[in-house]
Design a protein around this ligand. Structure first.
Ligand code: TEU
Ligand code: CA
Length: 563
């Protein structure tokens, strides 16, 4: 029997504050904006908000570069606004999980400002400094996640600092116990305020190897891969156990680690029930499918591979750890555009189908803002429309500087994969700027907001929003959805994703057609019989009769009481 926990029964909603709701017309979403929309989230039925960073930041990477962990970003409001938002969320029974970005700080954080001053600075060892190789060469060939070398030369001391992300995001040195103490006491300060947990940014990268050899250069690549020397490093589990002992275990929190590159074996260490580290991790195997030599491609996701990956995580963590379930977030393109079909004909059907597929699995589902409306990728055509440092740097490196890529080719990959697809403003209604702001939004509003918006969908019983609302409610009513076992059916079928959940003599069959054609599903006979109840269907089915024939993007979940 699986141990019960509130965070296993919860549904999480991710807010990217910059793009959620602007309360004062400066074009930037803010905390008062979030507070004003809590009733909408209550109506959707979610239990927890994961708030992307709201701390003081120069916004080189939209808040993932923090210059003060205990202050609110001016553009987002004040600490009073935060306290009000937290209280108003709690009043509605909604918990708030904070983004914890402690692999790196901003270069404008006072620790780094002090650290870079001299080799004798008391904060020198808060960061990772190395001598260059001579003749202007960095310490090794590692590339950063946002293009260019992972090392930045610093005049003041004639040394380089490590930054796995942008050069304005220097990596903290977790091997220094003073750094760990600072982070833990900051976390404790937020817990004392009453927050309900942490989503931990790239927490798999906090422990680096002491010697830092060159990494492998991929085909057609310029820089070496830091992965083997920085991901799941030798001390990462020791540091998380220490964090758990000193902070996490003192509160009733939900914790989820963003662990890029995680395998099932590693996940069992981060999130194993007996490990006393984290509750869950985010794995990325399913969203990375199709990638070869990085993410700039337009490769589709083969369904058989997708099923294999999802099923592996469902079965291998069973009873030992807990899955987090997601198809989209602020780093991914819109899920309906990537895994479904965002054409007007199939957008709603396929968005509901994807939601069914994900929300009927074992794990804690995460809904990314706008996903509950079936929001789509943005029709980008021009580099001037992008705001994300990942795109701007890649464009500079691959098009402007090296001419390794044709502009058109790269923009077309950005269209498919850019993080900005998920960062366009939330579409609230059909008024100017989709009701997000009365000013000029910091990034373009998707032109489809007149058709796709919250106001229309809340009032429409057949909308994607209403469908999500029902899925979320079902999870609260049916323990089988939360705790049932999982078995994949028809593993080789390239169009239909079918699986069965089982708990206490009940069975739940989930059928999802991932294609725009009619498909046959091999449905076990008992699901046609008496006592088979349709829990949810995106075609409005009310009986399981003929359920073996699935229409384009059809999805259904059928509950069977087996005596
Ligand atoms: O993302 C970390 C991460 O694993 C990246 O490699 C991610 O895949 C990236 O978006 C590349 O496309 C986290 C945050 O979620 C992201 O928004 C931040 O930019 C990054 O860390 C640095 O803090
Ligand atoms: Ca604002």
């Amino acid at each position: 029997m699986i141990k019960r926990a509130w965070w296993k029964e919860a549904v999480v909603y991710q807010i990217y504050p910059r793009s959620f709701m602007d309360s004062n017309g400066d074009g930037i979403g803010d905390l008062k904006g979030i507070t004003s929309r809590l009733d909408y989230l209550k109506e959707l039925g979610i239990d927890v908000i994961w708030l992307s960073p709201v701390y003081q930041s120069p916004n080189d990477d939209n808040g993932y570069d923090i210059s003060d962990y205990q202050a609110i970003m001016q553009e987002f409001g004040t600490m009073e606004d935060f306290d009000e938002m937290l209280a108003e969320a709690h009043r509605r029974g909604i918990r708030i999980v904070m983004d914890l970005v402690v692999n790196h700080t901003s270069d404008e954080h006072r620790w780094f400002v002090e650290s870079r001053k001299s080799v004798d600075s008391p904060k020198r060892d808060y960061y990772i400094w190395r001598k260059g190789k001579g003749d202007g060469q960095p310490p090794n060939n590692w590339g950063s996640c946002f293009s260019g070398s992972a090392w930045q030369y610093d005049d003041a001391t004639d040394m380089y600092y490590l930054h796995l992300f942008s050069k304005k995001q220097p990596d903290l040195n977790w091997d220094n116990s003073a750094v760990r103490e600072e982070v833990f006491s900051m976390m404790d300060w937020w817990c004392q305020k009453g927050i309900d947990g942490f989503r931990m940014d790239v927490i798999s990268m906090i422990s680096k190897t002491a010697d830092m050899p060159d990494g492998k250069v991929g085909e057609g690549g310029i820089y070496g891969d830091f992965g083997p020397y920085c991901i799941h490093g030798s001390n990462v589990h020791r540091y998380l156990k220490e964090m758990n002992e000193k902070v996490l275990s003192h509160y009733d929190l939900m914790t989820v680690g963003e662990t890029s590159g995680v395998t099932v074996e590693e996940a069992l260490k981060y999130a194993g029930e007996e490990e006393h580290e984290l509750n869950m991790v985010f794995q990325f195997e399913h969203v990375d499918l199709g990638n070869v030599n990085g993410k700039w491609n337009r490769n589709p996701v083969p369904l058989t591979e997708f099923k294999k990956v999802m099923s592996k995580w469902q079965t291998c963590l069973k009873g030992k750890a807990w899955n987090s379930l997601f198809l989209g977030n602020h780093d991914q393109p819109r899920s309906v555009s990537r895994f479904g079909n965002d054409s007007p004909k199939y957008r709603e059907l396929s968005a509901k189908m994807l939601a069914t597929c994900l929300h009927m699995m074992q794990g804690t589902p995460y809904v990314y803002q706008g996903e509950e409306l079936g929001m789509t990728n943005y029709p980008f055509t021009d580099i001037g429309q992008f705001r994300d440092i990942e795109n701007l740097n890649a464009y500079r490196e691959l098009v402007t500087e090296s001419r390794l890529w044709e502009e058109k080719e790269l923009i077309s990959c950005f269209q498919y994969k850019s993080r900005d697809n998920a960062r366009t403003p939330m579409q609230w209604d059909d008024t100017e700027n989709a009701g997000f702001s009365t000013g000029t939004p910091w990034i373009g509003v998707n032109p489809n907001y007149k058709e796709i918006n919250a106001k229309e969908q809340v009032g429409n019983p057949d909308s994607v929003f209403r469908y999500y609302q029902k899925l979320i409610a079902l999870r609260k009513e049916q323990p089988i959805i939360v705790y049932g076992d999982y078995e994949l059916l028809m593993p080789e079928d390239a169009s239909v994703y079918a699986y069965i959940r089982r708990l206490d003599g009940q069975s739940l069959l989930v059928l999802c057609n991932f294609s725009s054609e009619e498909k046959e599903a091999d449905v076990p006979a008992q699901f046609f019989g008496k006592g088979a109840e349709v829990l949810i269907s995106n075609y409005g089915r009310d009986s399981a009769d003929g359920i073996g024939k699935l229409r384009p993007y059809e999805a259904a979940a059928i509950l069977l009481e087996t005596p």
